[in-house]
Design a protein around this ligand. Structure first.
Ligand code: NHR
Length: 182
C-alpha cells in the first residue's frame, strides 16, 4: 500500500484519495494519515459474518472519497458479488502467487510443498470469482534451497512492491495489457 501511495506523484495519472482497512490498528492507516491521506477503518468483527452489512459500512467512506480505482493490498475479506459489481473493471488486487496457481491462502507453503522452482506475485482485476479476474501483471522470483514460507514470502513481497506500482500506473492510464517483470 505504501509503495502504491509513494508512486503516485509527478506525472502519475492517479493520486491516493483514501486508505481504508478492516483493522483499526493497521500501521498503514497511521502512515497514510502522516502523509495527509484520508483514512477509514471499518472493523469486520462486529458484523459477525454478515458480509453485506460490513460492506455497507465500508462503502460509506469509499463513496465519500469518490475513487476511480480501488486497490486491494493485503485485504483479507472475501467481497460479495454485489460489492464487486459496483467497482468491477476498476478494482485491483495483488496476490502472492503466479496465478492461476495457488488461488486463496497459504500460497508460499503450497509452492514449497509442490517443489516449485519459481514463485512470484500477480496483479489482477477483482471479480466475483476469488483471485480469478483478468491478469494485469506478474513478477517472478526463484525458490532457493532451504526456503521457508517466510523467506520465500519476503522475496515475493519485494517484487510486490515493484509490480503493483508498475501495473497501477499503466492501468490508471487506460492500459490493461499484462506486464511481466523478472
Ligand atoms: N473478493 C472477491 N470477490 N474477489 C477477489 O478476487 C478477492 C476478494 C477479496 C479479497 C484478496 C485475496 C488474496 O489476494 C481478495 C481477492 C482473502 C481470502 C479469504 O479466504 C481469499 C482471497 C484473498 C483474500 N478470506 C477469508 C474470508 O472468510 C478470511 C481469511 C483470513 O482472515 O485469514 O473472507 O489472497
Amino acid at each position: 500500500m505504501l509503495a502504491l501511495v509513494a508512486s503516485m506523484t509527478g506525472d502519475h495519472p492517479a493520486r491516493p484519495v483514501l486508505v481504508a482497512s478492516n483493522d483499526p490498528g493497521a500501521m498503514g492507516l497511521k502512515r497514510a494519515a502522516e502523509l495527509g491521506i484520508a483514512t477509514a477503518a471499518v472493523e469486520h468483527r462486529p458484523f459477525k459474518g454478515d458480509r453485506a452489512a460490513f460492506e455497507a459500512a465500508l462503502l460509506q467512506p469509499i463513496l465519500a472519497a469518490e475513487p476511480d480505482i480501488l486497490c486491494l493490498a493485503g485485504f483479507m475479506r472475501v467481497l460479495t458479488p454485489a460489492f464487486v459489481a459496483r467497482f468491477e473493471g476498476r478494482m485491483l488486487n495483488i496476490h502472492p502467487s503466479l496465478l492461476p496457481k495457488y488461488t486463496g491462502l497459504h500460497t508460499h507453503q503450497r509452492a514449497l510443498d509442490a517443489g516449485d522452482t519459481e514463485a512470484g506475485c500477480s496483479v489482477h482485476e477483482v471479480t466475483a470469482a476469488l483471485d480469478e479476474g483478468p491478469l494485469l501483471g506478474q513478477a517472478r522470483v526463484p525458490v532457493l534451497p532451504g526456503d521457508t514460507a517466510d523467506s520465500l514470502g519476503a522475496r515475493v513481497l519485494a517484487q510486490e512492491h515493484r509490480l503493483y506500482p508498475a501495473v497501477l500506473r499503466r492501468f490508471a492510464a487506460g492500459d490493461r495489457s499484462p506486464i511481466f517483470l523478472s
